[in-house]
Design a protein around this ligand. Structure first.
Ligand code: SF4
Ligand code: SF4
Length: 302
């Protein structure tokens, strides 16, 4: 199977998307996946053309069939999530508040409530100069982002098979929520981007405990190392204690976030950052190929 590399970080602002974008531009025949569905930024890095867009149906929600409803209020009293409201006496359901428990459909004496699919976001396939990019956007205040993450990952895997891709590179969501777990589960390898601070180290340790539980090989990269060089030794020690591999650091370059935001990161990337990222990418790819072979039950060095 195509090796799948997921890049994560304990929190936003570590430079995870910047590095994923750079590595995507260095990869041979990649499929790129932006699994940060709450704040999709990877498309900013590449000029792209969207060729498919699909609705994302995260769950079913209750809908009142108004001609059948006599506005008795039984449903509203039964709902534990306060999902009902009234407009000129007519009961309706707020789809953002409905948890889809179906209780109201059982309680309504007139069978006036049905469960219907609720579109809570979109996912798209775009073409970049480096390979196809799968990305998504969850609607404001919508939940179920873990399910949408799984959706974009599956779409990336299908594309990789169709196009005989050499690697799937996933920009994971920041943090350690369920969507991050959804982005890491089943990956050949996870690359954890951290920064040189006590809180960065703490977030990294929490994420490594998740990769350990999932049984996924984890590599750690320290970004912006020159902000606190003494932290590197502490990070190395923590990484090795937790059974992961520390593979190196990258310099802090102030203008980089601006380059990502303006879409010029790939064309104007400072040389020091590009060279450091290139060196790390070779290691990441090599480890991912070995990890994928091991996952498939093949010898590590075939
Ligand atoms: S229980 Fe049924 S009839 Fe009564 S308000 Fe709700 S939807 Fe209308
Ligand atoms: S399905 Fe459950 S959560 Fe949704 S409106 Fe009905 S009772 Fe409330």
């Amino acid at each position: 199977m195509t090796p799948q590399i997921t890049v994560v970080s304990g929190k936003g602002g570590t430079g995870k998307t910047t590095l994923t974008a750079l590595w995507g531009s260095m990869a041979d025949r990649p499929v790129l996946v932006d699994a940060d569905v709450d704040a999709s930024n990877l498309p900013l890095a590449y000029p792209h053309e969207t060729r498919e867009q699909h609705p994302f149906v995260g769950r079913d929600v209750a809908v009142v069939n108004e001609p059948l409803c006599k506005n008795c209020g039984v449903c509203a009293r039964a709902c534990r999530f306060d999902a009902f409201f009234q407009v000129e006496g007519q009961f309706r359901v707020d789809p953002l508040a409905c948890e889809g428990c179906t209780l109201c459909t059982l309680m309504c004496p007139l069978d006036a409530i049905t469960m219907k699919p609720h579109v809570s976001g979109t996912w798209s396939v775009s073409e970049t100069g480096f390979g196809p990019l799968v990305h998504a956007q969850l609607g404001i205040a919508e939940g179920n982002s873990g399910k949408l993450v799984t959706q974009v990952r599956r779409a990336g895997e299908k594309l990789a098979e169709e196009r005989a891709a050499a690697v799937i590179l996933v920009d994971g969501p920041p943090g350690i929520g369920c969507q991050t777990t959804a982005a890491m589960a089943g990956a050949s390898l996870v690359v954890l981007v951290t920064e040189p601070s006590a809180s960065g180290r703490h977030d990294m340790e929490r994420l490594l405990s998740v990769t350990n539980r999932l049984g996924v090989v984890a590599l750690v990269v320290l970004n912006k190392v020159d902000l606190a060089p003494a932290e590197e030794a502490l990070i190395r020690t923590a990484v090795s204690r937790m059974g992961a591999e520390y593979i190196g650091s990258l310099p802090f370059i102030q203008e980089v976030p601006g380059l990502l935001a303006s879409g010029t990161l790939i064309s104007e990337c400072p040389r020091a950052l590009r060279e450091a990222a290139e060196g790390l990418w070779k290691v990441i790819l090599e480890r991912a190929l070995v990890a994928e072979r091991v996952q498939q039950g093949e010898p590590a060095h075939g």
